[in-house]
Structures are given as C-alpha cells and as structure tokens.
Design a protein around this ligand. Sequence first.
Ligand code: ZN
Ligand code: ZN
Length: 266
Amino acid sequence: MQLVDNRAIIKITLYMLKEIKKTILDVLFPICCLHCGNGDAWACNECFRKIKILSAQVCPYCEKVNVPGGGICPRCKEKFLGKYVPAPLDRLVVAAKYKEAGISRLIHFFKYRLISDLHEILGKLIVKSLIENNLPLPDFIIPVPLHKRRLRWRGFNQAELLANYISANLAPGLEIPVATDIISRKKYTVPQMKIRNYSERKKNLQNVFVIDKDKKNIIANKKILLVDDVATTGSTLFECGRALKATGAGKVYACVIARQEWKNVL
Ligand SMILES: [Zn+2]
Ligand SMILES: [Zn+2]
C-alpha cells in the first residue's frame, strides 16, 4: 500500500514540475510567430501560407540536374552500375529552401532552442512536399537516430518527431509504421556542423550506423523512408541508406525540411 502511495506522489510531483516548467517557459518565451512576431502560434497562418514548397528537386548526388521527385540523374545512375552496394538513396525529397521565409529560424528553434512543438509545422511541410513529389508509399519510416548521449542532452530526437507526424499524415486513414529499433548510432561523433572539411565530414560518419541483425528479414526488399531535419552534403542520409541497402532493403527514400547549401556552412 505504501509503495502505491509513493508512486502516486512521484507521479503528481513530476506532473506539477512539468506544468511549472511550461508556465515559466510561456512567460519567458511567449508563443508568437517566429517570422513576423504576431499571433499565438510559432508560425501564423499568413507566414505559413507564404512558405513555398520546392517545386523542382535535384539529383541527390550531383545536386546539378533537375530530376522529378528527387531521383537519381542518368549520369549518377551510371556511376552506381555494377557496384557491390547500390545507390544508398533512390530519392531525396527536400521540402523547402533553407533561406525561404524564415525556414532556417524555425529549424534553429526546433533543433537548438528545443521547441519540440515545431515538429507539426515542419512535418506539415514535409508531408506536403512528399505528396507533391508523388513519393510511393513506404512500408515503414525510419528517423535518423541520435546517439543516446545527444538524445539525453536534447530530450527528444527531432527526426523521430517529424517521422511520427509523417506517419500519421502522409496517407489519410493509414498509419505508416515508424521503426526506431532498426538502425542505431553506435559511435558518438562530433556534430557534422562543426566539421568544415568535406572528406572529414564523410570520415566522421564511417561505420557509425549499425543495423540490428535480427531486423534483417523485416527490411528485406522493403520500401523505406528515412527522415531527418536538414541535409548539407547528405553524408548522414547516405550512410544510413548504405547500411540499409547493404542489409537488403529494396528502395530507400529520404526526406528533409531543407538542404543547407555547402557554401553557407564553410
Ligand atoms: Zn507570421
Ligand atoms: Zn546526378
């Protein structure tokens, strides 16, 4: 009986602490549109409507050729022919321009100011772009995993929140399963944003993502949608895709809110 009482007290205390934290945050950072400062949402209707979904997608590898739906251009396709491991991503769909109407600010607040509620606005943009780009319905969705140390620091995996939103909203009436136990991040790595050199960035992620051996049968020949917040060189998504393809995945698609231009990172 005593044990039950203690549990109830802990539960109530945690609930109260959560409410206090929420009230303090509401007072210190009242919710308003991050772009124009009006309204009582992180993006007011007017500003949200103004965000343009990217109308043209480019090949994820060379980033030079326009390819419908973000597929691989014929030239890059040729490079993968006859390779032991096929192209890591079959498509990459980018929802909006990084510099477009406050997108970078929304992403920054989502990722670094830890406003997890922003996943709905940003998830909505991704869903819109996936539909406009006629992405075939995936069998399941995989968010790019965080290392558990970073997850503890941030308190949430931003890619997982986006994946959950996409899962519930991509196909009305159908919840596409989100799998978080297939790929894990074994090595703690320096954040990609802190590395300026292209080959160093690639090296930083080598063999970082590991596929659970027991899940091999689940991914065999399946269509998988990888989700991340932003891509720059694409190394993170390519590494995840490579691991999935090497383990027998059929098709690997990927989607992000925006692709940051490499020259803006340098
Ligand atoms: Zn606004
Ligand atoms: Zn290409």
